[in-house]
Structure formats: C-alpha cells, structure tokens
Design a protein around this ligand. Structure first.
Ligand SMILES: [Zn+2]
Ligand SMILES: [Zn+2]
Length: 79
C-alpha cells in the first residue's frame, strides 16, 4: 500500500488521497486514480520543506529526474 508515502505531504490529518498540481506545468495530478500514480514523481527533499514538489511524468523526464530546485533525485510516487 502507498498511504505511508503521503506522510508529511498531507497535514490535514486524514490520510486520504489528494490532488496536487505539477509544480512545473500545473497539470492536475489526481491521486485518486490509481492508474495515474505511476506518472507522478516527487522530490522528497522539497516535500519535507513544505514545497509541493510534484512532477508529471513529462516534466520529470524533462529535468532528467532531478529536482530543478534542490537537485536531488525525483522519486516515482508509485513504486
Ligand atoms: Zn508537468
Ligand atoms: Zn527538490
């Protein structure tokens, strides 16, 4: 299960699924739709700083899976 991955990203208390936007192109990343999860990447370092650093697959590829903000490696949201 992937619910643990949302820790820190979701401060509302309910460990539900949420919708984020790609930080680069503002595409809506819908965490409800399981089939799309594999297209979502995130930067754990930026997330831990409170930045919603989520990336769509196209942008993740564009930045070569490196966070353009802190240069750490992007992780696939769904592994
Ligand atoms: Zn994008
Ligand atoms: Zn980052």
């Amino acid at each position: 299960m992937t619910t643990g991955l949302l820790r820190g990203a979701n401060k509302t208390g309910h460990k539900g699924w949420t919708t984020e936007k790609c930080i680069m192109c503002s595409t809506t990343l819908d965490f409800y739709q399981g089939y799309e999860l594999k297209n979502i990447y995130y930067c754990p370092k930026c997330l831990s700083k409170g930045i919603s650093a989520y990336f769509c697959a196209a942008d993740a590829r564009k930045v070569h899976y490196k966070c353009p903000y802190c240069k750490s490696e992007l992780k696939p949201y769904f592994e």
